[in-house]
Design a binder for this molecule. Structure first.
Ligand SMILES: NC(=O)c1ccc[n+]([C@@H]2O[C@H](COP(=O)([O-])OP(=O)(O)OC[C@H]3O[C@@H](n4cnc5c(N)ncnc54)[C@H](O)[C@@H]3O)[C@@H](O)[C@H]2O)c1
Length: 279
């Protein structure tokens, strides 16, 4: 979709990191922003900062995992802005590090509530309004991760959730191709990006708290594997420009980090080899 002034962009997790960088980049193109985030002080600060830079910003405190709250946010944004052109389902959390056999139900619940159900809630709340604008192109961007197209260790709930986001996005894209081809879908799969993701615990609900069961002797190896994944993180503003370019080219899958390309290709080749063997 060509990005144009006065289009309305909804961004979840818009108060920090990648969401904030996307907001700033879209404001630079003249779009009207609607930022949703669970963290009020950060949301207020970001909205104020972007307004001071000249952006038109609506800011709503909203937990993406709360389906009713997302529906209410969609109604509120529509009543303020009258249209929705771009939906960015970006809010996400990291979860705990550790081997899968020691993972805990609360961790799976939290990571899936935000990273998977949050995306589903965003689609259910906002896509119906986009369907009502048939003459006008619209676009959905879902933030997955390189962990959604590869399978790094010691992050199983996160990896599973991000694979789910890729599947949901591709399935949605096909549904829309049949039913409403004016709406396109892109799923973004970044490697490490400078943000507050390492401090996601700040947003973990108290009833989903976990105490790590990972034995101390395993922790250094796990930390090393994680640091490899997050090595040399990309500035969020640079990622945002790559995403906007991908949206304007209607790219269904936006892989942003060249250093992860070999792993992504190796996995794709394993899938292709298995399919060839079956053919
Ligand atoms: N930073 C990375 O290296 C990286 C890499 C790949 C993918 N991602 C993905 O990018 C997205 C953005 O993360 P980020 O790196 O900018 O981290 P971040 O912590 O800086 O930003 C995430 C934002 O989401 C908000 N949020 C968390 N839970 C929420 C909820 N329940 N409802 C509404 N908002 C909520 C946070 O308050 C925060 O503003 C996530 O989906 C993350 O998984 C990040």
């Amino acid at each position: 979709m060509k990005l144009m002034p006065d289009q309305v962009a909804v961004i979840t997790g818009g108060a920090s990191g990648i969401g904030k960088a996307l907001a700033r980049a879209l404001a630079g193109r003249g779009l009207h922003l609607a930022l949703l985030d669970v963290e009020q002080p950060a949301l207020d600060a970001t909205a104020e900062q972007l307004r001071a830079e000249g952006a038109k910003v609506e800011a709503l405190v909203c937990d993406v995992s709360d389906a009713e709250a997302m529906q209410a946010a969609a109604s509120e944004i529509l009543s303020r802005c009258n249209r929705i052109d771009l939906l960015v389902n970006n809010a996400g959390v990291g979860g705990s590090l550790g081997p899968q056999w020691l993972s805990q139900p609360q961790d799976w619940q939290w990571v899936f509530n935000v990273n998977v159900f949050g995306v589903a809630n965003g689609i259910r709340a906002f896509v119906p309004a986009m369907l009502m604008q048939p003459g006008r192109p619209a676009h959905v961007v879902n933030t997955s991760s390189v962990a959604g197209v590869t399978s790094p260790p010691f992050l199983s709930p996160y990896v599973a959730a991000k694979h789910a986001v890729v599947g949901m996005s591709e399935s949605l894209a096909t549904e829309l191709q049949y039913m409403a081809p004016h709406i396109r879908v892109s799923v973004v799969c970044p490697g490490g990006v400078q943000s507050q993701i390492m401090h996601s615990e700040r947003n973990r609900p108290a009833d989903l708290t976990v105490i790590s069961r990972t034995p101390p002797e395993m922790r250094d190896r796990i930390k090393a594997a994680f640091e490899k994944l997050m090595a040399d993180p990309m500035p969020a503003d640079r990622l945002a420009q790559i995403v906007l370019a991908g949206v304007e080219r209607d790219e269904p899958l936006i892989v942003t980090h060249a250093d992860h390309a070999p792993e992504v290709l190796a996995r794709a080749e394993r899938v292709a080899a298995a399919a060839k063997a079956a053919a």
